[in-house]
Design a binder for this molecule. Structure first.
Ligand code: ZN
Length: 375
């Protein structure tokens, strides 16, 4: 590039429209230079277009202008004010699509950070990343195999860090971001199997962490539909699946074939009665909304936690049958039985309990367990 140009403030005189004189709030120019805009890409939405520019990380938004074709967002080089390289997005006024134009001016400064990665290569890397190839060495290997040659690992690492941030948000957790995320994903989708946030409660106003609230229930239309007409609900928390240290609570039902069907999952800060109440209430109102009929399950299967019982009562009323999940009970029984030294006795008691739990009615169970205790 000619050195005489390096001091020049880039201007954005457009060659594609007479009525468009370009952005007004730009400093007085020394010499008018025609930007030679060429069409580069088409996007379905403004978000896609902005993400594309963000991935490239070369431009920052500078100014905007309205034209008869639609609004134009101008971006200039974020690395140097003296650099003439620029792009703009045209937000078509007659549809949601967005076009990217570039003036094809090369950058006139040294590479910074991942600057040196070729834009096409960045797209290829982003594509691999989205398919789960996310480690620098994996990507280097794939690129080598694809014939892209050697690329500098430090540049790749920088670029991947930004991709990750873009995809997952910042690593630290933030109530506001979470609430935002919930709100964005709260609309019930048309597709049966697309997940959405059925309900959420976020409150971070309290000074101490204990009083802060974070709850979200996520499901799909198909899963909610499974709950219609069901009378039995199973619920449990898992600490095998954690999000920022918060447990994931699972709610579902069991069909006549003993198959478990989840109705949705939720993330809550704790496993308090209020958390379960929130989940059950949210599920109830959504099942009733989709099913058009009352949803009043009256059997709760869960471990013996009082919080689940009381949350269930709050949401569905207090007349229900509380069934302790047999596998939880069996594990507890085994723990206690391990205190009995004699194996034959241990086995006998275990078998008795197992037979006892198969009793068909509550009355028969009470009678049988009474007799068993006397044995
Ligand atoms: Zn530049």
């Amino acid at each position: 590039m000619a050195s005489g140009r390096s001091q020049e403030v880039p201007d954005f005189i457009l060659s594609d429209s007479e009525s468009d004189t370009g952005p007004a709030n730009i400093r007085p120019r020394k010499r008018q230079r025609q930007n030679d805009w060429t069409y580069k890409e088409q996007f379905d939405s403004i978000k896609e277009a902005k993400d594309y520019i963000a991935i490239d990380n070369q431009f920052r938004i500078n100014t905007r202008s309205r034209t008869s074709d639609g609004e134009k967002l101008y971006y200039r080089c974020k690395n140097s004010n003296e650099c003439s390289s620029a792009v703009f997005l045209l937000l078509h006024c007659d549809n949601a699509s967005v076009s990217l134009f570039a003036n094809n001016e090369p950058h006139n400064h040294e590479d910074r950070k991942d600057f040196g990665l070729d834009p096409q290569l960045k797209l290829i890397i982003a594509d691999h990343f989205s398919k789960g190839i996310s480690k620098p060495n994996q990507i280097l290997k794939v690129l080598r195999n694809e014939g892209h040659g050697e690329i500098e690992k430090s540049k790749l690492v920088n670029f991947l860090a930004r991709l990750k941030k873009q995809k997952y948000g910042s690593a630290s957790f933030n109530y506001g971001e979470f609430e935002n995320w919930c709100e964005i994903h709260s609309t019930m989708p048309d597709a049966e199997d697309e997940s959405y946030v059925v309900g959420h409660e976020v409150n971070c106003d309290a000074d101490n962490d204990e009083d802060r609230v974070l709850r979200a229930f996520i499901s799909t239309k198909r899963l909610i539909t499974l709950a219609i007409h069901q009378k039995l609900i199973c619920s449990d928390a898992t600490y095998k699946l954690l999000w920022h240290g918060f447990p994931v609570l699972l709610v579902g039902g069991v069909d006549k074939d003993k198959e478990f069907h989840p109705y949705g999952i939720s993330i809550t800060k704790s496993e308090a009665a209020e958390d379960f109440e929130f989940i059950f209430r949210t599920l109830k109102s959504e099942v009733e909304k989709i099913g058009g009929t009352n949803f009043d399950p009256n059997i709760l299967v869960a471990d013996s936690a009082d919080a689940i019982t009381s949350g269930f009562g709050q949401a569905f009323g207090n007349i229900f049958q509380r069934v302790n999940c047999w596998s939880h009970v069996a594990r507890k029984v085994d723990q206690r039985l391990s205190l009995i030294a004699d194996e034959a006795t241990r086995k006998e008691i275990r078998e008795d309990i197992e037979i006892l739990q198969l009793v068909r009615s509550e009355a028969a169970f009470l009678k049988a367990s009474e007799l068993w205790r006397r044995k």
